[in-house]
Design a protein around this ligand. Structure first.
Ligand code: PHE
Length: 453
């Protein structure tokens, strides 16, 4: 097989990698998904399990995944092939790369539809749709919008085209640089929204919902969703971080960057939750309303606060940018593989992957209207895709990455690649990646299939 290594670039610095990886991690997962799944799964106890998963499973696997990419210096499919050869391991490990590429395409197919909602909401705010809005009107606005396949397809197409254009032009760099401004601005806006939530009478109730532990609400599926979300929100288990790691210069400390990225990502999610739940209770909305949660609650805040018009616009613009810096990493493994292994030009690779993903996205578009009632196992197409990717494919990918890094790769290779500041921290990582992470993932799966009740 001919491999086109010349196309494989490098970040200019550690900072560029941190920006790109944080851009990948922080996205709709933090601001749109985290609040609504927390609402659906009963709050506090779910949040605790998610935080535990980030620390015990997410961070060690993020270190492992970045390391695999950097060692192989190529796209996930090719990387797994090379590392397998290096470790003289079973050839089947290469399917791990494939699993990731497929998961990325499937996730992007629905991610783009939701990012399309956020794009549409920029204009709804601009044209004053939120002005003085109450809870019922906000819900109607959302319901009417999602009932229209044409509108959803339009915005899904716009977002998909923007993503593929950025990936094709290789202007990722420009986008990553803008993360430098976008991320702090997003923080500021979230803080302001938290400030607004504090002025409502339901602030405490919102906090209680997020942080009071009620384990009676913690079903097996809630635990799986919390774990799946730790992978999703940190962009783990599908090669996004691997492919970004492959562009990382050799002299950069992987562990330190992983802590930073995970911390930033978690703070954004918690802030989003703290801003949203008080509003949910204040306006008599239901925490478990599902995927529309932030689109039903935030317009009420923007429509009724001073300066809300401008803030609403800024918020949705920032959300779309945060989504773009994630979506480009969802498709990068597929594109890099086509370019490096199949000799596609970047443009052609983007065109085909973009069209394919766009087409798949129609399934999600229709899940909110004409195919609302098409359900398998109680889930519409969107829910099924989300479940299959976040709760099944990413954890399996993460499990395999942990096992590969912990058992298959030679210790001297991982040790020299990671260059941890001391052997103790290397040992802690190794224990987490060999025992704690795989065992936890395995137990959660067992629990869900009912073996453990
Ligand atoms: N982490 C992104 C988010 O939270 C989504 C994502 C998942 C991106 C997997 C890349 C890979 O929005």
């Amino acid at each position: 097989m001919t491999i086109n290594k010349a196309t494989h670039g490098h970040w200019s610095s550690r900072f560029a990698f941190i920006l790109a990886a944080t851009g990948s991690a922080v996205g709709l997962g933090n601001i749109w998904k985290f609040p609504y799944i927390t609402g659906e799964n009963g709050g506090g106890a779910f949040v605790l399990v998610y935080l535990l998963c980030v620390v015990l499973i997410g961070i060690p696997i993020m270190i492992a995944e970045t390391m695999l990419g950097r060692r192989a210096q190529s796209n996930p499919i090719e990387a797994m092939q090379q590392l397998t050869d290096e470790a003289q391991a079973d050839k089947n490990w290469r399917y791990l790369g494939w699993l990731g590429v497929i998961a990325g395409v499937l996730i992007l197919s629905y991610y783009s539809v939701i990012a399309g909602w956020a794009s549409a909401y920029i204009f709804k705010d601009l044209f004053g749709s939120f002005f003085g809005i109450d809870a019922t009107q906000s819900q109607t606005l959302f319901d009417n919008f999602t009932a229209s396949p044409i509108q959803l397809i339009f915005w899904h197409s716009v977002f998909m085209a923007a993503t593929m254009w950025i990936v094709a032009k290789g202007v990722n760099n420009g986008l990553e640089k803008s993360v430098r401004f976008l991320m702090p601005s997003l923080f500021v806006l979230l803080f302001l929204l938290v400030g607004y939530a504090m002025t409502t009478n339901s602030y405490q109730q919102g906090l209680d919902f997020m942080f009071n532990l009620d384990f009676s609400k913690l079903t097996g599926n809630a635990i799986l969703t919390a774990m799946g979300h730790a992978f999703f929100t940190l962009s783990l288990g599908m090669g996004a971080i691997m492919v970004y790691g492959s562009y990382l210069p050799k002299d950069v400390s992987i562990a330190k960057t992983a802590y930073l990225i995970a911390a930033a990502d978690t703070i954004v999610a918690l802030l989003a939750g703290i801003a949203i739940f008080p509003l949910v209770f204040e306006h008599g909305l239901h925490p478990a309303s599902g995927a529309g949660l932030i689109f039903q609650t935030l317009p009420i805040a923007f429509g009724n606060m001073t300066g809300g018009w401008l803030m609403g616009m800024l918020f949705f613009v920032l959300l779309v940018f945060a989504a773009l810096s994630s979506s480009i990493s969802l498709i990068e493994p597929a594109v890099a593989w086509l370019v490096e292994n199949k000799n596609f030009t970047r443009e052609k690779a983007c065109l085909w992957t973009g069209l394919g993903t766009w087409f798949l996205g129609l399934g999600t578009v229709f899940s909110f209207n004409i195919w609302k009632d098409v359900v398998f196992f109680d889930k519409n197409i969107f829910q099924l895709l989300d479940y299959l990717t976040a709760n099944v494919m990413l954890p399996i990918g993460g499990f395999a990455i942990a096992v590969f890094a912990g058992y298959i790769m030679k210790r001297e290779h991982t040790e020299s690649e990671l260059q941890m500041p001391c052997t103790q921290s290397y040992d802690v990582w190794r224990i987490l990646v060999r025992y704690v992470a795989p065992a936890s993932i395995f137990l959660v799966f067992l629990h869900v299939v009912g073996v453990l009740g």
